[in-house]
Design a protein around this ligand. Structure first.
Ligand code: NAI
Length: 335
């Protein structure tokens, strides 16, 4: 089956890793018509627009997108294009599977946990103001609607992917109303999925448990801020942001993206590691129903990392982007 997918290569190393992923998917025989669109942070700051209309329209039309990294100004400047895209397209669920990749050095083995993060509200609503000079207020928005929606998403994901247990992460002992509503909403949903074990954990304890014994977790369900922090923490357990994929999913569209940044220090030098975007593209293939191609690419990627001969410098190898890409293509089993 042919698919039409929006490609937002992004900035810095984005175009390099996007080209590598395209080549691997094509070699695997997946039939995709890519609609390449631009969404750049330099345009955002120049025009005051967060995203080009073209990018949003294209994702709305095709319902599936693959996206490279984009720069974001810190403490001032234009708002994040990444956050704007997620909001505009109402991609309310962030999905981050975290699993050891054979051959990639990490502090833990046998980690296999999926983090589901509510993506649209909490302290990311951007509702901040200066009350008086020297005092600012930032509003944490939690709604029953969004919390219930993300709960259903997580439990359905668990059923579909054969997962057994979900921990909801919160700080409702202190934020009794906001995190309390998040928890209550999930508690209303959990009994509808009685085959999935449901547990709760306070976020500080959850962080400690994750770095002590991450293998005890199957799935975590988190509000936006804790989800942002813990999903990077989780990636760190298996080797960092370069070896995990990510998806932002809504009812109308899904956008699969690499979670590392634009890597300005190596951009344009042919050194970037496409693994993260490739893992995101494997999630995209599963979403598109291309499960067999997804498994073939996954095995080829694991083989290249396990052998370690053609991996990039960030994971201890000597290969450039092109050599790594060719190694993955050469390791694809016939379909
Ligand atoms: P970064 O992830 O771009 O780089 C951190 C370090 O990791 C650098 O040494 C870089 O060379 C290395 N690295 C990252 N990805 C790599 C890859 N695929 N292959 C090999 N090495 C890789 O983080 P940094 O420097 O904090 O951010 C740079 C820019 O990226 C900033 O403007 C930031 O806002 C943006 N950013 C964008 C994200 C997104 O679009 N999702 C996520 C994180 C940062």
């Amino acid at each position: 089956m042919r698919h039409k997918v929006t490609l937002i290569p992004g900035e810095g190393i984005g175009p390099e890793v996007a080209a590598a992923v395209r080549a691997i998917l094509e070699a695997a025989g997946v039939q995709i018509d890519w609609e390449e669109v631009e969404a750049r942070s330099d345009k955002a700051s120049a025009t005051g627009q967060f995203v080009t209309e073209g990018a949003v329209e294209s994702v709305r039309r095709n319902r599936v997108a693959l996206k490279g990294p984009m720069g974001t100004a810190i403490a001032g400047g234009a708002p994040s294009i990444n956050v704007a895209l997620r909001k505009t397209l109402d991609l309310y669920a962030n999905v981050r599977p975290v699993k050891n990749l054979p051959g990639v050095k990490s502090r833990f083995e046998n980690v296999d946990v999926v983090l589901i993060r509510e993506n649209t509200e909490d302290l990311y609503s951007g509702l901040e103001h200066e009350v008086v000079p020297g005092v600012v207020e930032s509003l944490k928005i939690i709604t029953e609607k969004a919390s219930t929606q993300i709960a259903h998403f997580a439990f359905k994901y668990a059923k579909r992917e054969g997962r057994k247990k979900i921990h909801a992460i919160h700080k409702a002992n202190i934020m009794k109303l906001s995190d309390g509503l998040f928890l209550k909403s999930i508690r209303n949903v959990a009994p509808q999925y009685s085959d999935i074990e449901y547990k709760e954990l306070i976020v500080d304890n959850a962080c400690m448990q994750m770095v002590l014994n991450p293998q005890q977790f199957d799935m975590l369900l988190l509000p936006n801020l804790y989800g942002d922090v813990m999903s990077d923490l989780a990636a760190g357990l298996v080797g960092g942001l370069g070896v995990v994929g990510s998806a932002n999913v809504g009812n109308e569209a899904a956008m699969f993206e690499a979670v590392h940044g634009t890597a300005p220090d190596i951009a344009g030098k042919g050194l970037a590691n496409p693994t993260a975007l490739l893992l995101s593209s494997i999630m995209m293939l599963d979403h598109l129903g291309e499960r067999s191609a997804a498994r073939r690419i996954e095995s080829a990627l694991e083989k290249v990392h396990r052998e370690g001969k053609h991996v990039t410098q960030d994971v201890g190898g000597t290969a450039g982007t092109a050599e790594f890409t060719q190694a993955v293509i050469g390791s694809l089993r016939p379909s």
